[in-house]
Write a protein that binds this ligand. Structure first.
Ligand SMILES: Nc1ncnc2c1ncn2[C@@H]1O[C@H](COP(=O)(O)OP(=O)(O)OP(=O)(O)O)[C@@H](O)[C@H]1O
Length: 262
């Protein structure tokens, strides 16, 4: 499914005045692409993702899916939240089955889909465990396959790996890539991690620290499955780090100073 973000702006009322969080943001995600929204904390990534999900309206502009305007959440889009948002009273299996039950699929189809998804995320044998009995990484994988359970046309993920440690995060990036290589759902993911953006994305859309603009739309031309080495990988990493630094610098030079950019 093709996603078009067309001249989207978002203005919030804050401290008695207006604050522009997104300004005239436009881009397209083609069917089957993995695209990352990248930028420092507070630059408006989550706001943009939630407008695309239909959780809140844009102040101006519009979002279209295959040419049709988004006005509210829908089953064509699945959302993975940073804190996983698993149901703590349900087991791993019940969590993944939940959206399938909502869709009232025949029971044998539900079971078959559950098995396939558990295999995909290497969670075979864990379906009877509750979220508080599994690691952060397993919770994260459960949240991803729960989102994929209904075959969404677009997967929206907000810092899905934000809550795990460095090594686990790298491992999960690899798992996420292999799940996506099997599934090829259109993905838009938010991150502020340079290596994660490069490792996972076909394109990285870089946002400014202030003013809610896109500063660069970077194609990542690395073979898949990805490796974290090679000259091109390091060039992308350096370039993205420079953009992030410049963005912080821009923040320091603005009224409000250094702290406002952090
Ligand atoms: N409902 C709201 N009312 C007022 N201001 C808001 C609202 N939602 C978000 N903001 C402000 O908009 C700005 C962008 O927030 P957003 O969460 O989109 O940024 P982000 O890039 O996702 O940051 P992070 O990486 O820290 O999650 C922040 O300054 C935030 O305080």
């Amino acid at each position: 499914m093709r996603l078009d973000v067309k001249k989207v702006s978002k203005v919030f009322m804050a401290d008695g005045g207006e604050r522009t969080v997104l300004a005239d943001v436009s881009f397209t995600v083609r069917e089957g692409q993995f695209v990352t929204l990248f930028g420092p904390s507070g630059c408006g990534k989550t706001t943009l993702l939630s407008i695309i999900a239909g959780f809140q309206p844009a102040s101006e502009g519009k979002v279209e899916l295959d040419g049709l305007p988004v006005t509210k959440p829908g089953p064509d889009r699945a959302f993975v939240f940073q804190d996983y948002a698993l149901f703590p009273w349900m087991t791993v299996g019940q969590n993944v089955l939940y959206p399938l039950r909502q869709q009232k699929l025949p029971r044998d189809e539900q079971e078959a889909r559950l098995r396939k998804l558990l295999d995909l995320a290497h969670l075979q044998g864990c379906e009877k465990l509750f979220p508080n009995q599994i690691s952060g990484g397993m919770k994260q994988r459960t949240a991803v396959i729960r989102a994929l359970a209904c075959n969404p046309r677009v997967l929206l993920m907000d810092e899905p790996l934000g809550a795990v440690d460095y090594l686990m995060r790298r491992e999960l990036q690899e798992e996420l890539e292999s799940i996506w290589l099997e599934d090829r759902t259109t993905v838009l993911m938010v991150t502020h991690d340079v290596e994660e953006a490069i490792y996972l994305s076909d394109r990285v859309i870089v946002m400014s620290a202030h003013g809610g603009r896109i500063v660069e739309d970077m194609k990542i031309r690395l073979e898949r499955p990805r490796r974290r080495r090679g000259q091109l990988y390091h060039e992308y990493r350096d370039h993205l780090t420079d953009l992030l630094r410049a963005s912080h610098q821009e923040g320091e030079d603005m009224p409000g100073g250094k702290l406002a950019a952090l």
